[in-house]
Each structure stands twice: as C-alpha cells, then as structure tokens.
Design a protein around this ligand. Sequence first.
Ligand code: SF4
Length: 361
Amino acid sequence: MKPCEPPTPSPTADFPARLIAWQKTHGRHDLPWQHGEPYGVWVSEIMLQQTQVQTVIGYYGRFMARFPTLAALADAEEAAVMEVWSGLGYYARARNLHRAAREVMTRFGGRFPSAVEDIESLPGIGRSTAAAIASFCFGAQEPILDGNVKRVFARVFGIDGFPGIRAVELRMWALASELMPACDGAIYTQALMDLGATVCTRSRPRCDACPVGTACVARASGRQRELPAPRPAKVRPQRLRFALLLLSRGQILLERRPGHGIWGGLLSLPELAAQTPSDAVIEAARWLATRGLMAGEPETMTPVIHGFTHFELHLVPLRLRIPAPAPIAGETALQWLPLTDAHDAALPAPVRRLLGRTDIE
Ligand code: SF4
C-alpha cells in the first residue's frame, strides 16, 4: 500500500490527514478481525452493522471457532449458523451471510472477491460494507458511509437534515468520495470508524480529544446534540369525521357507542356517514328526518382534533337546534342529557373538550 506524502494544508485535505495521523496513535489496532483474512473481516463487518463492538467480539470468536473458513460456513446447515448467531439479533444478517458464503463458493470458486462491485453483489452487503472490506483487505480507495460516519460528517461539516433522507445521504456520499485520500485508504477508513465509535459518540462526544475538533462546525456552534438531525416524526394520517351537536333548551343529544371499537360503550355525539362537508349537511338532514326531528340549517363548527396512535382525528361538529328535547322512539342508544350533567358523563376526551368550549351554545 502506498504511503502518504505530507499533506498540503487545505480544508478538505486536512480532514483525512488529521484522521490518519490520529488513527496511528489513538485508533484501535487490536480488534480480533483486524489484519486478518477477508472472510473474518467480512463476518465482523456484518456483525458490526447493528451491534456494538464489545458485544460483537464474543460472538465473532464463537462464530469463527465454529466456522473457521468460508468453505466451512458454506457447508453448514442454516440452523447451525442461526444457532451461533442466536442472541445477536437481526437474523437476516446470518441468513444472508450463509447464502453469500455459498455464492462465493459457486460464483467465485471459493475465493472472496476483491472487486468492490463483486463484493457488493453478495447478499447482505451494501455499498459501505463492500467498500470497507475492499479497503481493509484489498487496499481499495473506496469511501464508506455507515451510521458513525454520517454522524461525524453531519457534525464536522454542519450538515442539516436527517441522514436517512435520500438528498442528505447523497450529499454525504459525495463528501465521502471527495474526502477519500489517494493513499492510506485503509487507515483513513479505520480512523472514521474509530472516531465515530470512540470519540464522536452519539450522546457524549469527547470534543476535547477530537483530532478534527478545531474544524468542527457542531463544536464551534454548540450543536453537537442537534446534529445529525433526528428522524422526522412520522406524520399521522388524518381522518375526518362529522358529528351532530344537537342542542335543545340546555340539553344535548348523545349516543351510546357500541361496546367494541374506538370509544366503545362511551356516550358521544351521533356520527354521520359522510366524507365531505356538503355530504355531511345532506346526511344530517336525512338523520333528523328519519328520527322525526325538526331543525334548521346546520352550522359547521371548528373541528376538535384528537391524536390516536395511528391517526389524527378531526371531528367536525354540525350544530343544530331542536325546539324541544323529545324522546326518540326506538333509539335506545340516544339520550338527552342536560349540558351541565354531560360534562361529568363517560365521554371521549375530544367530545369532553368540545363541550367545554365556549362557542357550543
Ligand atoms: S469536535 Fe466533537 S462533535 Fe465535532 S467531530 Fe469531534 S467529537 Fe464530534
């Protein structure tokens, strides 16, 4: 592998040079898979995808003792592979490892491929993992971009946006390529991994010990906690429901809901089978006519919004005034209640909030 010439000072040249110098004295050099065969490096990279180094070390030792060569892994039954993997989680990794070992035997004659495209073509190996293996085992100058590297890039270069968003990720890949030094690629790659795992950690970055601390945007602006940006909260789908707010001489008409489903058994506003405001007006007229009730035009009120786990309910009340709170024949689920008592009834939270509003009467 070609050694580096002394770096020319410049913002981009400086970053890899500082990391390479730091890795040589402060990086990790004694991990069990370092300086080994591609097979062991590959197994370790797959294990490290979703698991911390300290946990991986024990599993790696047991895995290599049971399947010391790629051929031994390819020959094994899947159940035996799963047994050794048991407890490490993300079991698709083990299944893919086993399938990939068999593919290496058939497609590459049992020799782990050295070209990054061939490595990436194996099951369970993405672009970053392929680049890391190619870099560590075959001296390739290929950029990596795993979760640790994304965190380091976001902080050092002040990159906003959740790194899982395609545009942010593409920007980071472009940066990773730009920063890749022309030599000492394996040391630089290891340095990035070591920095993310031991210094620029997720919750407590050790900025005082950081080799790129003086050039770090997050440190200079005190944004270490904000970067990288967290995954955006999932936007819950909205459900629009229309309901009748029927008032008569200080009383309100409520309907006991069936025992199952949302708000099962609670008293609520009678709901309308309508999807749009104009449908709701038509539906309200039909609902009243069916029950022999007389009322004027409904007034559409400001919705009450209520969050459920999987959706956000927008409950739109249609207010109608009935001349007298007459009993409704054959409708045992419907009952008139004085508004003053309704506040203490078994109501769903958004209906209770609605009845507490000053604009309902
Ligand atoms: S200075 Fe701090 S936040 Fe910036 S890269 Fe180093 S450890 Fe991470």
